[in-house]
Design a protein around this ligand. Structure first.
Ligand code: GLC
Ligand code: CA
Length: 593
């Protein structure tokens, strides 16, 4: 999805008329879950916890590795790539939904929360993955779709069966305003009215996303209990946390007041709306507190898909007493769509002043690939390294999106007939959907990039012959080896793990630079974000470092391989310099006096 469309995508709404055929799948056998593993909480002198030192990696299971050659990735495929992930420096994988699902929204329409979709494997495959991952020291994070279920979930099947069914009040049902008129003007993020009329009971149900994704009624305590139990069920199976899907959409106005209408229309032709009564209602924070209490019993982490508009909203997600999400994602970072030091500085300053640990986002399965988004078509590889140089040296926990580390490029469908993501069919050509950022992982330069021996469910990106794991592992200048070296540095360097962030040369429009400072050590990061050579000079005495040169840790400039003169650095276009500074003992003593 194009960034310009993102805003509209996540704040607008409508009704998909062409309902996709929903097929329910035979369940795999359930076995008794193994007991939860106790994990140690605090990992360093700063009181940081495991997830604050961890590097997360998002896996879109359909597209990662296909073990049985049916064109769709699967859990045994993920297991087979754990050595690679460990080598790269990944500590936790977030697997997007792999539960049984009719796949209308490719897994985000869940029809059974306590099982695995047969196309991805079985619960035993999951247990195998869990134990293999544990051996590799890699945590598993599941994706919990809390706002809605599939219309094929047994709760909804019962709910729609009659007005008096046991689960009727598990979803949001309402009479229309009049014949053929939905209860109010709320529109769906995926197009059309967010109310779907159900002739069986002559009422409408609410769906923020596709009509096949009815919203749960979180005002009903039974819904809360059932979902909380789901989280316990997976913790007992060994998962280390959840990425909570669309948490800002959990509640709607009980009075069903109309949203204020804004000028213009969205990509689907619906009137723009302010989501006053459909987004970010305060009640959702009680749910997050409840989920967190359970998570704490398991030393687990909660990551949130939190589309916040400002710092206040972001702060609220950490909880007033730090008792909600440990890792609410900062999506404002994804709105910086150009290599702009000043915009990045503003974003970082804002998130750093928030009350919790930063979680910046640069890419995921809903956002155009960062390689293409920031690329200028000429220096894409160098730019990918600049983005890595920024993202992986900031204070906070990074979440890589699979393939970012090799430079997979966006591969939008060229024709409407090729589109798989339903919003791309509905919104074509303004909205091409999210297929472009979900293409198969590129493992080598053979047919289908080594992802599968069959034609994959989405075509492989055009650059797979040059940009793939095997080729890049052999090329010392590759994006992949840069990521690998940077991640290895990040795991061992105290200033990168624990140091504060100090912006430097804030007036420089082309070169972004900062210190990560910890006790007597600091890491200096200098990024030339422009296509021209640039000069930069640093006086770090005010920060407590009087040395005239930095010792190089990692750089894309061969001439600075061992050290860099701080008074004047010459930086080639789109380059990264990362160096270390240590305070001389005498200097430290003098300052302490
Ligand atoms: C989240 C997911 C997105 C999905 C939507 C509805 O935004 O990231 O992929 O379509 O929720 O579940
Ligand atoms: Ca498969």
């Amino acid at each position: 999805m194009r960034p310009s469309v993102l805003v509209i995508f996540f704040s607008a709404m409508l009704c998909l008329s062409s309902a996709l055929a929903a097929q329910s799948k035979p369940p795999t056998t359930k076995s008794k879950p193994p007991a939860a593993q106790a994990k140690s909480t605090v990992v360093d002198a700063e009181g940081h916890q495991w997830w604050q030192h961890a590097v997360f990696y998002e896996i879109y299971p359909r597209s990662f590795a296909d073990s049985n050659n049916d064109g769709i990735g699967d859990l045994p495929g993920i297991s087979s790539k754990l050595d690679y992930l460990k080598w790269l420096g990944v500590d936790a994988i977030w697997i997007t939904p792999c539960y049984p699902s009719p796949q209308v929204d490719f897994g985000y329409d869940v029809s059974d929360y306590e099982n695995i979709d047969p196309m991805y494997g079985t619960l035993s495959d999951f247990d195998q993955l869990e134990s293999d991952a544990q051996e590799h020291g890699i945590h598993i994070i599941m994706d919990l779709v809390v706002n809605h279920t599939s219309d094929q979930h047994k709760w909804f099947i019962d709910s729609r069966s009659s007005r008096t069914s046991k689960h009727r009040d598990w979803y949001i049902w309402h009479d229309g305003k009049g014949p053929g008129q939905p209860p109010n003007n709320w529109i769906s993020v995926f197009g059309g009215s967010s109310w779907q009329f159900d002739p069986r009971t002559n009422q409408y149900y609410y769906h923020r996303y596709y009509p096949q994704q009815p919203d749960l009624n979180w005002r009903n305590p039974a819904v809360k209990d059932a979902m909380f139990d789901v989280s316990r069920w997976w913790y007992d199976r060994g998962v280390a946390g959840f990425r909570l899907d669309a948490v800002d959409t959990l509640f709607e106005d009980p009075e069903l007041r109309d949203n204020p209408v804004l000028p213009g229309t969205n990509v689907y032709g619906d009137p723009n709306e302010e989501n006053k009564y459909t987004l970010n209602l305060p009640e959702l924070h009680d749910v997050l507190k409840g989920l967190r209490k359970i998570a704490d019993k398991y030393d687990a982490v909660l990551i949130g898909e939190t589309w916040t508009r400002n710092l206040d909203q972001l702060n609220r997600y950490y909880g007033q007493n730090g008792d909600e999400l440990q890792m609410p994602m900062d999506f404002l970072f994804t709105k910086v769509n150009k290599l702009s030091p000043s915009e990045f500085r503003n974003q970082i300053a804002a998130v750093n002043s928030a009350s919790g640990w930063p979680v910046y986002v640069i890419g995921n399965h809903d956002i155009e690939r960062s390689y293409t988004r920031y690329g200028d078509s000429k220096h894409n590889d160098a730019i990918a390294k600049v983005i890595a140089g920024l993202y992986l040296t900031l204070r906070g926990t990074p979440i890589l999106y699979y393939g970012e580390e090799i430079g997979i490029e966006q591969n939008d469908p060229q024709f409407k007939k090729d589109v798989k993501d339903p919003i791309g069919k509905l919104g074509w050509p303004n909205e091409k959907g999210r297929d472009g950022e979900r293409t198969p992982m590129q493992w080598d330069d053979t047919l289908n990039a080594g992802f599968s021996r069959t034609r994959p469910w989405l075509p492989v990106s055009g650059n797979y012959r040059t940009h793939n794991v095997l080729s890049e592992q052999k090329d010392s200048n590759s994006i992949l080896l840069f990521y690998q070296q940077l991640l290895s540095l990040r795991h061992t360097n105290e200033a990168l793990l624990d140091g504060d962030y100090v912006a430097l040369n804030e007036d420089d429009a082309n070169v972004m630079s900062y210190l990560r400072r910890y006790k007597d050590k600091a890491v200096l990061v200098v990024l030339n974000m422009s296509a021209e050579p640039q000069k930069a000079g640093f006086n770090l005495a005010p920060q407590g470092f009087s040395a005239s040169a930095a010792t190089t840790l990692l750089t894309t400039m061969p001439e600075l391989q061992s050290s860099a003169n701080l008074s004047q650095m010459t930086l080639a276009p789109f380059t990264v310099y990362i160096g270390e500074l240590t305070r001389a003992a005498t200097q430290a003593r003098a300052e302490n006096r």
